[in-house]
Design a protein around this ligand. Structure first.
Ligand SMILES: C[S@@+](CC[C@H](N)C(=O)[O-])C[C@H]1O[C@@H](n2cnc3c(N)ncnc32)[C@H](O)[C@@H]1O
Length: 491
């Protein structure tokens, strides 16, 4: 998604329902997050991140941190508990205004709006730590990589960046054609709905097909809205996962938070099942549950101005939240290309069951890696992936070096684990440096050897030519000698 559209969408989220847009828990939609509870999730996450770094034996200077994609400052405020000063930066002006309104300590926390595809507003080497959680996934890989490069530029040598990037969309195997049949029944009455706020509905779902729905098919209940004339009103759907195997004839009760369109009038709420990333049951022959609803006149939103237009111009549309993924190989390659030392890549569920995500722990090395220096010297190298492979093999063969390379908590507690993790890190870094050094040495020796061979060939060639010249001189001498004698006789 290009930057301008990204900015418009997040600005709309920041105006409509910023806390829910940041943490999309269905029953907190419509301004229902308790601010203190929301901020507490940030403290918990930052504590976890710092613990993860400590478990890896990594320490950071606690002077200045950057929270990239800070939203309303959920993580920025938490970081301020550990760093002398923290800067939060976000593409959405509405989010930054929210962050500034909620800022309890403007002397130590500064919030900046940035609509650029880089972080040129910050100097080189000005932060000890960069954090970006649940941010990069919303932009196209090209933009992601650009910001990752910027994280390295603004980090001080030895500084660390911690960010997550989802690696793929996990798609269940498509259900067979005869499995797309369900019966949905509303339990109780439909609650009152109001524009822009969520309402809870309970629904009984029965598998009326002849096929089972395996848990791995990722089937869930979701809502869609349309006008009585059939025009679909777009928006972000609430969803409730079935989350288990359902045999033919089996029933389950699900609770779903539905959010009506932000305009008033007659609407139809359609409750239907979806196979994640594959399709709606209603589009494959099943009958959704359709409930007529009159959406009353809009009342002012609780946490910002209410919008009656989505960014695609459809009345009643909510902004869409797009998701992008990048494979581990691509991210690591881009980081190494930028001169980063990728210290670890840790699977962490930050984007839901169907979007596996990875945490990247990255350092700006104190000494620029040899690969980078060689590249600067114009020496082409395709070796980073080989180094990575070598490190992975070494991690697998760790038993050969006499201590386990595991970070799982052992009986002897965190100290032992941290010591092991520190040893592991140190060993991997030394091996990494050593292999880069060896490689650079091998390249230099290889170059010298071929120069010596070329020189040797030139010397041999010249020796041949010299021998031939001497031979010709001798033959001239032989031919000249009788004439010399004859000339001497005449005298
Ligand atoms: C899901 S929220 C996460 C907010 C914050 N990291 C947190 O965990 O509380 C994503 C945030 O990233 C911001 N964002 C998206 N693209 C951005 C970009 N290119 N530069 C800076 N911020 C961006 C959005 O405006 C939004 O505030």
């Amino acid at each position: 998604m290009e930057l301008e559209r990204l900015q418009q969408q997040w600005n709309a989220f920041g105006e409509q329902d910023p806390l829910w847009a940041i943490l999309t828990i269905p029953d907190r939609r419509g301004g229902r997050w308790d601010l203190e509870e929301f901020l507490a999730t940030g403290r918990e996450e930052v504590d976890e991140v710092l613990q993860e770094l400590a478990d890896h034996g990594l320490s950071i200077k606690r002077q200045r941190a950057l929270d990239f994609g800070c939203g309303v400052g959920r993580l920025t405020q938490a970081l301020a508990g550990h760093f002398d000063s923290v800067d939060g930066v976000d593409v959405a002006e509405s989010m930054i205004s929210g962050a500034q309104r909620l800022n309890p300590d403007p002397g130590r926390m500064r919030f900046h709006h940035n609509g650029a595809a880089d972080l040129r507003m910050f100097d080189d080497e000005s932060f000890d730590f960069v954090l970006a959680l649940i941010v990069l996934q919303h932009m196209e890989p090209g933009l992601m990589v650009g910001y990752m490069r910027e994280f390295l530029r603004v980090l001080r040598p030895g500084g660390l960046a911690f960010f997550n990037v989802p690696e793929s969309f996990r798609r269940g195997e498509e259900l067979p054609a005869q499995a797309w049949r369900a019966e949905l029944t509303l339990i109780g009455d439909l609650p009152q709905v109001a524009p822009g706020t969520s309402a809870k509905v309970s629904v009984k779902v029965r598998n009326t097909s002849s096929e089972p729905w395996p848990a791995s098919a990722y089937v869930h209940l979701a809502d869609r809205w349309r006008r009585p004339d059939g025009v679909t009103v777009d928006g972000t759907n609430g969803w409730a996962a079935i989350g288990k195997h359902m045999a033919p004839g089996e029933e389950v009760e699900l609770r779903l938070h539905v959010v009506p369109p932000t305009v008033s009038g007659d609407c139809v709420l359609m409750l239907d099942l979806v196979q994640d990333q594959i399709g709606w049951f209603g589009d494959r022959g099943s009958s959704p549950l359709e409930l007529p609803v009159v959406v009353p006149q809009s009342t002012p939103a609780t946490n910002g101005s209410s919008r009656t237009e989505g960014n695609d111009g459809e009345p009643g549309a909510a902004p869409t939240m797009e998701m992008y993924v990048m494979s581990r190989e691509e991210v690591v390659e881009a980081l190494e290309e930028a001169g980063a030392l990728v210290l670890d890549v840790v699977p962490k569920d930050r984007c839901g069951a169907t979007i596996p995500s990875l945490d990247y722990i990255v350092s700006r090395p104190v000494i620029a890696p040899y690969t980078r220096r060689l590249r600067r010297l114009g020496v082409a190298s395709d070796r980073p992936s080989q180094v990575r492979h070598a490190l992975e093999v070494m991690a697998d063969r760790a038993d050969l070096v006499g201590f386990p390379l595991s970070t799982s908590r052992g009986r002897l507690g965190r100290i032992t684990v941290s010591a092991r993790a520190a040893l592991r890190r140190a060993m991997l870094e030394v091996l990494h440096r050593q292999s880069e050094f060896n490689r650079a040495g091998t390249d230099v020796i290889g170059g010298l050897e071929s120069q010596v061979r070329a020189l040797q060939a030139t010397v041999n060639d010249q020796a041949d030519q010299l021998a031939k010249a001497e031979e010709r001189i001798r033959s001239f001498e032989r031919r000249l000698r009788p004439d010399d004698r004859a000339a001497g006789g005449e005298e």
